[in-house]
Design a protein around this ligand. Structure first.
Ligand SMILES: Nc1ncnc2c1ncn2[C@@H]1O[C@H](COP(=O)(O)OP(=O)(O)OP(=O)(O)O)[C@@H](O)[C@H]1O
Ligand SMILES: [Mg+2]
Length: 650
C-alpha cells in the first residue's frame, strides 16, 4: 500500500514536472501530491537508514488505564500484557478466533493488534475515540480469552531523528532545475513536512523494530487451502521472536459488490481469474460465516506464503497501519494468537520441556492450582529419565522423595546428594509410631489380615520383613531429597507394593503434620501400577482412597504426588484428571488411541504421539529426548513437547 502511495507521488511529480513549462499551474498538482503523501515519503526515506515510529504521548490519569496518543493521526492506543487461557495452533484455533472476533465487534476506526515480543505477549487496542467505556468492554472480552494485565502502552521514546534529514530539501532545487522556477513553491511545503517529521517521529529502539510486512494486498485462499496453510504459517510464525498482527473490520458487502461488478464485466481471461478468486472468498463468507477484515502483518523474517518480505517501513507502519491486506477472519488462524499461554507468576519457575518450536515451556510452581502430576507412557519411552531430569531442576526449590522400584534415580541422588535408603532394610525410626496413629494403616492391616486389632505396627512390620528374610534397622530420617529404594524387593512385586504403600502412608502422615502453605515436597511414585496389580486390590484401595482425599484436598498440604504409570488404566481416572501437570509420552497406535480417547486428545495430538521416537533413537542425532504432550491446569494449556534428557541422569 505504501508502495502504491509512493508510486502515485512519483507519477504526480513527474507529470507536474513535465507540464510545468507549459503551465506553471501544474505545480498545484505536485503540491497536492506532496501534501497527501509527502510525510510517508520522508518516513520511508528515513526508514531505509534507521527505523522510525511516530511519537505517542500518554493520556489518561492513573490508576485508570493510561493510553498512548499519536497526536499526528489522532489515534489512541490501550495496551495489555496477555496470556492466552488456552493453547491452540493453526486451523484448530478457528472456532476461538471467530468467537473472539465476533465478540469484539470492532467498529470503524478501531483495530486490535496482537504483539509477540521475545516470549511476552501484548494486545493493543486502538481507536480514534477516547472512550474509556468502550475500552472497558474490550477488556471484558479479552478476559474471556486471555489473562490481561493493563500496562502503559509503549510511547515513542527513542532518540530524536537526525537533523540531517533537512538536507532532503535539496531535491526541490534539483526538481526546480528540471521543472522550472514554479517548483520552488514546493520548498515551503517540503519544509513543513520535514518539520512535522522531526516533531512527530522518533528513531525506534532496535528491540521493538519489525522488519518485514506483506507485499500483497489480498489473501484469498479456498477453505481447503486455508486448512493446509494455516498450520504451516502458524508454525513458521511461532518460531519467530518478534511478530505482530493487527486487524480491523471491513464491510461485508464489499466482497459481494466486487464480485457482482466482475461478474457483469467484460469477458476477458483476467475476469475469469478474478471471478475464481472472489468465488472462494464468497464461499468462505457464505458457507463458513467468515467476516471480511483488514489484516496488518509484521514479522522479523520472510513468510513466502503470505508474501511477507523485508520492508523498511514496517516499524512505522505498525503504528500508522497503512499497509493492509484484505482477508477473512479465517486467515487469523495463520497466526499463533492463542498459542503458548503460560501461567502468570514469576516465582519458582521450572522449565519442563521445549515446545515444537524449541521455545521453553515453563510452569510457575506457585501458580498451579495443585501440583499433583501424572506421567503416562509405554515402557522405554523415557518416563523415569524425564522425571529424573525434571527432579534435578525441581530439587532446587522443593524436597523430593522418590519411591523407586527400579533403581532409576541413583544417578539423580548422586548428583544432588540425596540419600538412597534400601527398603525395608532401613526404615525410619518413627515409622511404627506414625503408623500407629494412622487410620489408613489400620485399614490396610484390616484389609490384609482381616481383623487384627491387637497387633502393633512394629510386629506387623517385623513379620512382613521376616517373610522376606530381612531384619529392618530403624534409623533417623530427614525428609529432604531422598530415594526410597525398593530394588531389594525386585523379585517380589507383591512385597514391593506392600512396602510402597506403607512408605506412602508414612510420608503423607508425616507431611500432613507439618503446616505449610507453599509447596515444599514432591513425592514421586515411579511404577505406580504397583498400586493396581498383584492381588493387592485391598491395600491399593486404601492408598488410592487416601490419595484421592489428598489430591482433592487441593494445595493446602504443601506437598504433591507425581505418579508414573505405563497405561491410563493403571490409575483411577479421578486422579489422572485432577493432576495439574499431565505428560503423555508417545508410542504405537494400540497404546495412543485408547489413551487419546480417555484423556481427550485431538487428531493433531494423536499424530504427534504416533511420531514419537525412543530416547535412544533421539540420541543418535545428538541429545536424547522424550516426545510427548504436556498439559498444564487450570487452563487448557497444551503443548507438543520434546523433553531433553540429561545423559548424566541415566
Ligand atoms: N545412555 C543412553 N543413551 C540413550 N538412550 C538410553 C540410554 N540409556 C537408556 N536409554 C533409553 O532410554 C529409555 C528408557 O528410559 P526410561 O527408563 O525412562 O523409560 P520408562 O518410560 O521409565 O520405561 P519403564 O516404564 O519401563 O520404566 C529406553 O528407550 C532406553 O533405550
Ligand atoms: Mg521407568
Amino acid at each position: 500500500m505504501i508502495r502504491r502511495d509512493l508510486i502515485f507521488l512519483g507519477l504526480a511529480l513527474l507529470l507536474a514536472g513535465l507540464l510545468m513549462p507549459v503551465t506553471p499551474a501544474a505545480v498545484l498538482l505536485a503540491a497536492a501530491a506532496l501534501w497527501l503523501w509527502g510525510e510517508l515519503a520522508v518516513v520511508w526515506i528515513y526508514a531505509r537508514w534507521k527505523p522510525v515510529e511516530p511519537v505517542r504521548v500518554p493520556v489518561g490519569e492513573l490508576p485508570a488505564h493510561v493510553a498512548a496518543y499519536n497526536p499526528r493521526n489522532k489515534m489512541y492506543f490501550w495496551m495489555w500484557r496477555v496470556e492466552p487461557n488456552r493453547s491452540v495452533l493453526g486451523f484448530s484455533s478457528l472456532e476461538v478466533v471467530h468467537e473472539f472476533y465476533n465478540k469484539l465487534a470492532l467498529r470503524r476506526d478501531e483495530q486490535l493488534a496482537y504483539v509477540y515480543l521475545y516470549g511476552e505477549k501484548f494486545i493493543i487496542f486502538s481507536s480514534r475515540r477516547y472512550d474509556t467505556g468502550r475500552v472497558r468492554d474490550v477488556e471484558e472480552i479479552l478476559r474471556e480469552f486471555f489473562v490481561p494485565q493493563r500496562v502503559t502502552p509503549w510511547i515513542g521514546i527513542g532518540r530524536p531523528v537526525d537533523r540531517r534529514i533537512w538536507l532532503s530539501t535539496l531535491w526541490v532545487l534539483l526538481y526546480a532545475a528540471f521543472a522550472g522556477a514554479a517548483a520552488l513553491l514546493l520548498l515551503p511545503i517540503w519544509a513543513w513536512i520535514v518539520h512535522n517529521f522531526v516533531k512527530y517521529y522518533r528513531e525506534s529502539y532496535m528491540m521493538f523494530t519489525l522488519t518485514h510486512m506483506p507485499h500483497t494486498d489480498t489473501f484469498s485462499l479456498s477453505r481447503e487451502m486455508l486448512e493446509l496453510a494455516a498450520a504451516t504459517d502458524a508454525k513458521t510464525i511461532a518460531r519467530m521472536e518478534k511478530w505482530a498482527v493487527a486487524f480491523a473490520d471491513r464491510p461485508s458487502v464489499e466482497i459481494k459488490k466486487k464480485f457482482a461488478k466482475i461478474y457483469e464485466g467484460r469477458d476477458t481471461g483476467k475476469r475469469l481469474v478474478r471471478l475464481a478468486e472472489y468465488k472462494e472468498l464468497l464461499e468462505r463468507v457464505a458457507a463458513f460465516n467468515e467476516r471480511p477484515i483488514f489484516l496488518f502483518v509484521y514479522a522479523e523474517d520472510d513468510i513466502p506464503s503470505m508474501d511477507v518480505a523485508r520492508d523498511y517501513f514496517a516499524t512505522a507502519d505498525f503504528w500508522l497501519r497503512r499497509s493492509y491486506v484484505r482477508a477473512l477472519t479465517g486467515d487469523l488462524t495463520r497466526f499463533p494468537i492463542f498459542y503458548g499461554g503460560t501461567l502468570l507468576g514469576a516465582q519458582r519457575l521450572v522449565e519442563l520441556a521445549k515446545d515444537i518450536f524449541g521455545k521453553p515451556v515453563t510452569v510457575p510452581l506457585d501458580s498451579l492450582p495443585t501440583v499433583h502430576g501424572v506421567i503416562i507412557g509405554p515402557s522405554g519411552m523415557g518416563k523415569s529419565w524425564t522425571v529424573a531430569s525434571w527432579l534435578y531442576q525441581l530439587s532446587k526449590y522443593v524436597d523430593v522423595v522418590v519411591i523407586d522400584p527400579h533403581g532409576d534415580y541413583y544417578k539423580w541422588a548422586e548428583k544432588v546428594g540425596a540419600e538412597v535408603v534400601p527398603i525395608p532394610h532401613v526404615l525410619p525410626r518413627d515409622l511404627p509410631e506414625v503408623l500407629r496413629r494412622s487410620m489408613w494403616f489400620r485399614r490396610l492391616i484390616e484389609g490384609k489380615y482381616g481383623r487384627l486389632d491387637g497387633a502393633s505396627p512394629e510386629a506387623v512390620l517385623t513379620e512382613e520383613a521376616a517373610a522376606l528374610g530381612i531384619r529392618p534397622e530403624y534409623q533417623d530420617f530427614r525428609l529432604g531429597n531422598i530415594v526410597l529404594d525398593l530394588t531389594p524387593l525386585k523379585k517380589d512385586t507383591e512385597a514391593q507394593a506392600f512396602w510402597a504403600v506403607v512408605m506412602m502412608i508414612y510420608l503423607i502422615n508425616k507431611l500432613l503434620e507439618e503446616k505449610v502453605e507453599q509447596l515444599k515436597t514432591i513425592i514421586v511414585f515411579d511404577e505406580a501400577r504397583l498400586l493396581s496389580q498383584h492381588g493387592t486390590a485391598r491395600y491399593s484401595e486404601v492408598l488410592l482412597d487416601m490419595l484421592r482425599d489428598l489430591v482433592f484436598g487441593g494445595r493446602k498440604y504443601g506437598f504433591a504426588v507425581w505418579f508414573i504409570v505405563q497405561l491410563e488404566t493403571q490409575l483411577p481416572w479421578d486422579i489422572i484428571r485432577s493432576a495439574s501437570v499431565q505428560l503423555f509420552l508417545g508410542g504405537a497406535r494400540d497404546y495412543v488411541l485408547p489413551l487419546a480417547r480417555t484423556v481427550e486428545l485431538d487428531n493433531d495430538d494423536v499424530a504427534y504421539l504416533l511420531s514419537a521416537i525412543t530416547p535412544r533413537e533421539a540420541a543418535l542425532s545428538g541429545r536424547p529426548y522424550a516426545m510427548g504432550i504436556l498439559r498444564v491446569k487450570p487452563r487448557d494449556h497444551k503443548y507438543h513437547v520434546k523433553i531433553y534428557l540429561d545423559p548424566e541422569l541415566k
